[in-house]
Design a protein around this ligand. Structure first.
Ligand SMILES: Cc1cc2nc3c(=O)[nH]c(=O)nc-3n(C[C@H](O)[C@H](O)[C@H](O)COP(=O)(O)O)c2cc1C
Length: 336
């Protein structure tokens, strides 16, 4: 796969899985799903290791990915309407660093397509739906896009992740500033209450934040999140920082950097989030997990669950097992 252009390799893998051809093979490669149950946000996660958003944006490979052993899979990011994303090339590998730079730009088939996929999924782990805003929706109207998506996915997933931290949708990160953030979270929490009574079911909503902050702004936004009534946090998305890969031929490509070089920065943000939000607030770690030891480091910094993306590309599905193995029962109980 590494001999193909990065995005082509990704498409081949996802399409083959979507066709079901790899489902049986996946199970053979991965063996039974590693078991280490974690209860969080009222949900029973079969193990603490999930697939981060962006790998299966449209929900086309849910069952095949599930067969690899993930305890949860986060689909999306989806937007209200389909959109093509940025022109190619928009995905770059930095194998010397086990990293990726991407500027995909929320290419996706739209929320209705994802809902249909969720309705047909047989995977028995936890399914998250990650939602975003359309590229050309201005910040002051962004809430409308999130609400459209929230209403559509609500009954068909186990939790909803609100993505305000992609660096590849112009001005999206403005929603992380305390003013717009508070307005957005108030609307989401109100919608969650309305949908809870309409559907007679509760769906937790988590917020996915960036790793790129100055400390005062991060603390201020975390305080807004903590007071909002939201159910959890994902820390973090990709970074704009290129210092860890300086000099690489792809270092200057626009987009978000993920993989090994993101580990330190995203773990610092996770730790800060744990300190500000207190010991009981659900936090899912994402960013730079390439080994069981990395997963344990995320747990030590305060994570309740961990997600993989770039590490899964470089290390393969065995990483799910390694991370589950290193997840510590004692810390799990200490955090509970
Ligand atoms: C190619 C690519 C596409 C991504 N697309 C999304 C996305 O649509 N939504 C999202 O919330 N995060 C997206 N991400 C970010 C990942 O979910 C993850 O948070 C980030 O890559 C850090 O984790 P990692 O170092 O394990 O890759 C994407 C990452 C990559 C590499």
């Amino acid at each position: 796969m590494f001999m193909l252009a990065p995005e082509t390799a990704h498409e081949v893998a996802v399409h083959a899985m979507a066709a079901g051809r790899l489902t049986g093979l996946s199970r053979l490669i991965a063996g039974p799903r590693p078991r280490f149950p974690v209860e969080l946000m009222g949900l029973q996660f079969p193990n603490p290791v999930g697939l981060a958003a962006g790998f299966d944006k449209n929900g086309d490979s849910i069952d095949a990915l599930g067969a690899l052993g993930f305890g949860h899979i986060e689909l999306g990011t989806v937007t209200p309407k389909p959109q093509p994303g940025n022109p190619r090339p928009r995905l770059f590998r930095l194998p010397e660093f086990e990293a990726i730079v991407n500027r995909m730009g929320f290419n996706n088939k739209g929320v209705d397509h994802l809902v249909q996929r969720l309705q047909n999924a047989r995977y028995d782990g936890i399914l998250g739906a990650n939602i975003g805003r359309q590229k050309d929706t201005p910040t002051d109207q962004a809430a409308g896009d999130y609400l459209v998506c929230l209403e559509k996915v609500y009954a068909w997933c186990d939790y909803v992740a609100v993505n305000i931290s992609s660096p590849n949708t112009p001005n999206l990160r403005e929603l992380q500033d305390t003013g717009p953030l508070k307005e957005l979270l108030d609307e989401l929490v109100a919608a969650r209450s309305r949908l809870e009574s309409e559907h007679a079911m509760y769906r937790p909503i988590v917020l996915k934040i960036a790793p790129d902050w100055d400390e005062a702004a991060l603390t201020a936004s975390l305080e807004v999140i903590g007071a909002s009534g939201l159910d959890g946090l994902i820390a973090t998305n990709t970074t704009l920082d290129r210092s860890p890969v300086a000099g690489h031929r792809h270092a200057a490509e626009a987009g978000g950097l993920s993989g090994r070089p993101l580990m330190t920065l995203s773990t610092q943000v996770l730790q800060r989030a744990r300190n500000v939000l207190g010991k009981n607030f659900p936090i899912i770690a994402s960013g730079g997990v390439h080994s069981g030891a990395d997963a344990a480091a995320k747990q030590a910094a305060g994570a309740n669950l961990v997600q993989l993306y770039t590490g899964f590309i470089y290390e393969g599905p065995e990483l799910i097992r390694a991370c589950t193995r290193n997840w510590s029962a004692s810390r799990q109980h200490a955090a509970a």
